[in-house]
Ligand binder design. Structure first.
Ligand code: TRP
Ligand code: SF4
Length: 400
């Protein structure tokens, strides 16, 4: 019912690596060309687990924004901001907490998982339990309907949809809602209002999802409905009240699993990364010392690319010709492992070099990044305030 809006956030974990680039940032760059996009630094989220080491946050925030920019995230197309500079996220988090059943939070699978994994930290805190709700506030405050995240975040999105539904159910009722909805139906014109009513009945009486879909697209095509009537008709379809918040969809990131230097997923905790800030000499060295198929002890020993992490990188970077050359050369011991690694090194360097340069430029002039973020925060604050007005009013806080 609202125009498509994409929102995603990243915790400031420090400077980024090629895994972030292939897994997340390339996707953001694509999305910013198709949709209105909001990308933000989830610095409050970082404090839920790192409340005892605040000194790392500030540096990490700026490094991360610089890396986004270097990767091609474009402030003229997308809005970039920092969570803690839009305090309304915290207000919404507080308000949502009033209606969030404790059991819903305790049941989010990441809660127990992370507590068990990060045993060196005491995560039996209120803030950590509330992590998914803070994320819901991030999303709902912009009425974002598309949220690109990895699989691990799917439970948080599901939780957010439940919160949104519960909110609309509890607070979406306005005085005289049914009458207003019926009047809005009439405004569709006789043919369409009949169709809307039929589809609504089909959905409500028989749970017919396709009727729901059809009715939604009918509404989406209406140009001259007021915003209020639109919301009423969308809400009325599903039997609830006015929809104040949207239900976000997960935009599952195409799983481009960037392999690390050891063949496992590239990740800081495996110590197998190539940073966007890695200097070229270090990249060469890292790839040259990568492990290969252990069967190739001598150059004359044939190997199997499927047992070699270098091949994983060829799958990401090389065209068919080079891949054929690797397959044949490796299996017949026609090429050495250093020969095989040379094109990978070239391609990683070619991809990373422009980012490396841009990072240096942004580092030299910190005001560039500060200004970009100041602009983005201003825009985000405006958008957030629009939703907050409706929310405060719905929750009985509309007085001044
Ligand atoms: N929890 C997300 C992560 O760990 C980061 C995040 C916070 C986020 N708020 C968000 C992602 C809102 C998408 C939308 O990756
Ligand atoms: Fe790996 Fe290439 Fe060596 Fe084969 S030739 S083992 S694919 S590095």
């Amino acid at each position: 019912m609202f125009a498509d809006r994409v929102l995603s956030g990243m915790r400031p974990t420090g400077s980024l690596h090629l895994g972030h680039y292939h897994g997340v940032l390339k996707n953001w760059v694509k999305l910013q060309q198709q949709y209105e996009c909001l990308f933000f630094v989830a610095d409050w989220h970082a404090l839920t687990t790192h409340y005892d080491s605040p000194e790392i946050i500030e540096q990490n925030v700026w490094d991360m924004v610089i890396d986004w920019l270097a990767a091609g995230v474009d402030p003229s197309q997308a809005t970039l901001f920092i969570q803690s500079k839009v305090p309304a996220h915290a207000e919404l988090y507080l308000l949502l907490s009033m209606m969030t059943p404790l059991g819903w939070l305790e049941r989010v699978p990441t809660y127990k998982d992370q507590q068990e994994k990060l045993t060196e930290k005491d995560l039996s805190t209120y803030g950590f339990l509330g992590y998914p709700l803070l994320q819901s506030a991030d999303i709902l405050i912009y009425r974002a309907n598309l949220v690109p995240v990895g699989e691990d975040q799917a439970p948080h999105l599901e939780f957010t949809r439940e919160i949104s539904r519960r909110f609309n159910h509890l607070y979406g009722k306005e005085a005289g809602f049914e009458e207003k909805a019926e009047q809005a139906i009439k405004k569709l014109g006789s043919k369409k209002s009949k169709l809307y009513t039929e589809l609504r009945n089909l959905y409500q009486e028989q749970g017919d999802e396709s009727a729901l879909e059809e009715a939604r697209s009918l509404l989406n095509e209406q140009q001259n409905l007021s915003l209020g009537d639109r919301e009423r008709l969308f809400g009325y379809l599903e039997g609830g009240g006015k929809m104040i918040l949207t239900e976000p969809e997960t935009l599952l990131t195409e799983t481009s699993k960037m392999p690390g230097l050891d063949g496992q997923k590239m990740s800081k905790s495996y110590n197998n990364t190539i940073s966007l800030r890695e200097d070229p000499e270090s990249i060469r060295k890292k790839v040259r010392t990568m492990p290969t198929d252990p069967a190739r002890v001598r150059r004359s020993d044939p190997g199997d690319p499927n047992r070699c992490p270098v091949w994983q990188l060829h799958l990401v970077y090389s065209d068919e010709n080079i891949q054929d050359w690797v397959q044949r050369g490796c299996r017949n011991a026609e090429i050495g492992c250093l020969d095989c690694k040379a094109p990978v090194i070239d391609m990683i360097l070619a991809e990373q070099a422009p980012m490396y340069e841009r990072i240096k430029e942004y580092e030299e002039d910190p005001t560039l990044v500060r200004n970009i973020i100041a602009d983005g925060c201003e825009k985000a604050n405006k958008l957030a305030d629009e939703t907050m007005r409706d929310i405060r009013e719905a929750m009985g806080l509309g007085y001044s």
